[in-house]
Design a protein around this ligand. Structure first.
Ligand code: PRP
Ligand code: URA
Length: 365
């Protein structure tokens, strides 16, 4: 686990001990300053940690000022950050378990170092509980969840990301409509894949480079040599490839062919061709539909057997049954979806769903 830590002059006296406590729990700590106890403005250092958490460069952040209050107010302004001032270990536990807090702000002046070490322990060792709390966290973040009951059924919310952006929800509404024709359906799948790729690559590491604008030299950031493969599950997954290649033009593309037996609902593999260096690549496994999870799990098995370490499953429409089956089957896969629906019907089709994705993409209805 990667953790960023910073303080102001009032929290500086406890920073080293807090870093030591975090490292003692197995965390890799990035000290974002300051390096002395000279007077500084707390928003400047809160912003360093909040930026790192917001950009996905670290998993969690710890800030220390006089009370923890000003740093919490500052950090909370950053996208995706849930920061809170904590002066008790049980509050740190609940801030993680119920509120999915990703930054805690400690008091260097009013809380003893031993107590702060206990707070850090609770913060770093407690998992977000998901379920009803996931629904509340989405509301807290101002996200509109179309089906809160479905979200509540997800067993491990820490590895599931539902993309709730208004444009995504708008496009999903058109996609679902039975009157939407093949051409528009295919375009929407491509666009939704592009939006989803944006979220699924949020934590890709950056490195600093120098570029020359028409006016002067400046520092800029580029992706730090991340190698990616896009692997569609045939056939419907093909509809998502072009959108992702627009984002990641030098990604390699593998293919896994699989269809669901209409009677047993079991996946029937028929083809697998992966890039030769797949084990060194982050794999975006793509399929518009995650119903029982059978097809996705069989595809994940192929990737794991080929030595892939980082698998991210990107789907357009998911049923809670399928998400849970995948999260249970594989301990580290992360699942991204642009929609989470109510349930499966007796035929293992997603309700309300959008029908048969492959048939709608390729016009074979
Ligand atoms: C669909 C879909 C998934 C699978 C989902 O494919 O594209 O691959 O079903 O169901 P599951 O989660 O229960 O396994 P289908 O078998 O219809 O094949 P196609 O892509 O060739 O249309
Ligand atoms: N496959 C689809 O294409 N749609 C579903 O609803 C389930 C599986």
């Amino acid at each position: 686990m990667k953790v960023a830590v910073a303080s102001d002059h009032a929290g500086f006296c406890q920073k080293a001990a807090i870093i030591q406590a975090a490292e003692g729990l197995g965390a890799t700590v990035e000290d974002l300053g300051p390096v002395t106890d000279e007077r500084v403005d707390y928003p400047d250092y809160a912003a360093r940690v909040a930026n790192a958490v917001s950009a996905g460069e670290v998993d969690l952040g710890i800030l220390i000022c006089g009370t923890g209050l000003g740093m919490a107010m500052t950090a909370d302004k950053f996208p995706g950050v849930r920061a809170t001032a904590v002066t008790r270990p049980d509050f740190a536990h609940l801030a993680r378990e119920h509120n999915d807090a990703n930054i805690i702000c400690l008091s260097g002046r009013f809380v003893e170092p031993e107590k702060n070490a206990e707070i850090v322990k609770e913060f770093l060792t407690t998992k977000f509980a998901g379920g009803r709390h996931a629904v509340r966290v989405e509301k807290m973040m101002g996200n509109c969840v179309a089906d809160p009951d479905a979200l509540e059924k997800i067993a491990d919310a820490s590895r599931f990301s539902l993309i709730t952006h208004p444009l995504v929800q708008h496009k999903m509404a058109i996609l679902r409509d039975t009157n939407t024709g093949t051409k528009q359906f295919r375009e929407l799948i491509r666009e939704l894949a592009l939006f989803e790729g944006y979220e699924a690559t949020r934590d890709f590491p950056l490195e600093e480079i120098e570029v020359e604008t028409p006016l002067e030299k400046t520092k800029a950031a580029q992706i730090a040599g991340k190698k990616v493969a896009i692997v569609p599950i045939l056939r419907a997954g093909l509809g998502m490839v072009d959108g992702l290649l627009e984002l990641l033009p030098s990604a390699r593309v593998g293919h896994i062919g699989m269809f669901r037996d209409p009677k047993t609902k079991e996946p029937q593999p028929y083809y697998c061709k992966l890039p030769s260096d797949i084990e060194n690549r982050t794999v975006l496994l793509v399929d518009p539909m995650l119903a029982t999870g059978g097809s996705a799990n069989a595809a994940i098995d192929y990737l794991r057997e080929a030595g892939v370490k980082d698998v991210r499953l990107l789907v357009i429409d998911a049923a809670p049954e399928g998400v849970n089956a995948v999260l249970e089957h594989d301990p580290t896969v992360r699942v991204f979806a642009t929609s989470l629906d109510r349930q499966l019907n007796d035929n293992a089709y997603i309700l309300p769903g959008l029908g048969d994705a492959g048939d709608r993409i390729f016009g074979t209805l």
